[in-house]
Design a protein around this ligand. Structure first.
Ligand code: ADE
Length: 242
């Protein structure tokens, strides 16, 4: 899968993708990340990319021409063009999965400053927001899109690592533990040390349901739960999540 990021701050993107799992995914040719410096498409001798807004008001606005030229420099018939913006559709795990399966090439335009010329919207397929708050720019948002999709690409991380991720199947993930077995009288649940796979899986499924019930009850969809899961949910309700 290929990502083309159009940004005024290429170093910000570069710093993140040069480390850790994303770096390895690039090295293993699982994903391709292309950084396009919007400044290269600026107009006039100053490579200008923004200007004051008509009608007056504070802040600089991204101009339509540099953005459209930058998009056209990388766009193909397979591209989906996304603009990061607090006004966009809110990003979530389902969209990450959907794009991972359906898209070959995402062009992500990082919004900036006080906003962008409204006419840019005619050249993008959709706006995506990463949440109901306003960032200084779209770089962090674009990295969130890339990171959340890239880890779903085959071979980037072990498949079982994301099969039971939080939000998959509308449940949060179960609690996990590592060494030591005991810390300040807090002990790892015995079943995890038992080697009994069926019991461990049951404990984990109940952990998913309990976590979701206590932390994000809005996610719980009873129609997705088995009869056994529903029984456990009823027990939780009776004991107020204990
Ligand atoms: N740019 C500024 N705020 C943003 C947000 N919440 N999501 C995506 N891009 C943004």
């Amino acid at each position: 899968m290929k990502f083309s990021i159009i940004t005024l701050f290429p170093q910000l993107i570069n710093a993140y993708i040069s480390e850790s799992i994303i770096k390895r995914a690039i090295e293993k040719n699982k994903i391709v990340i292309e950084i396009i410096d919007l400044r290269n498409f600026g107009i006039n001798s100053h490579n200008q990319v923004d200007d004051y807004q008509f009608g007056g008001g504070k802040g600089m606005v991204l101009m339509v021409e540099p953005v459209v030229k930058a998009i056209n420099s990388v766009k193909t018939a397979d591209s989906l063009v996304i603009l990061t913006s607090p006004q966009g559709k809110t990003w979530n795990q389902k969209l990450a999965n959907q794009y991972r399966v359906q898209e070959k090439h995402l062009i992500i335009v990082c919004g900036h400053y006080e906003g962008f010329d409204e006419r840019i919207l005619d050249y993008v397929d959709l706006e995506i927001s990463i949440g109901d708050y306003v960032l200084t720019g779209g770089e962090i948002a674009s990295l969130i899109l890339i990171d959340s999709i890239a880890r779903l690409v085959d071979g980037v991380i072990a498949q079982e690592s994301h099969q039971n991720d939080s939000f998959e199947n509308d449940l949060l993930d179960h609690p996990v533990y590592t060494k030591p077995v005991e810390f300040e009288n807090k002990v790892v649940p015995q079943v995890l040390l038992s080697g009994h796979h069926a019991n461990i899986e049951k404990f984990r499924q109940q952990g998913r349901i309990k976590n979701t019930y206590n932390k994000r009850p809005d996610l719980l969809k009873e129609e997705n739960l088995s009869i056994e899961d529903l029984k456990y949910l009823q027990e939780l309700k009776n004991t107020k999540g204990e």
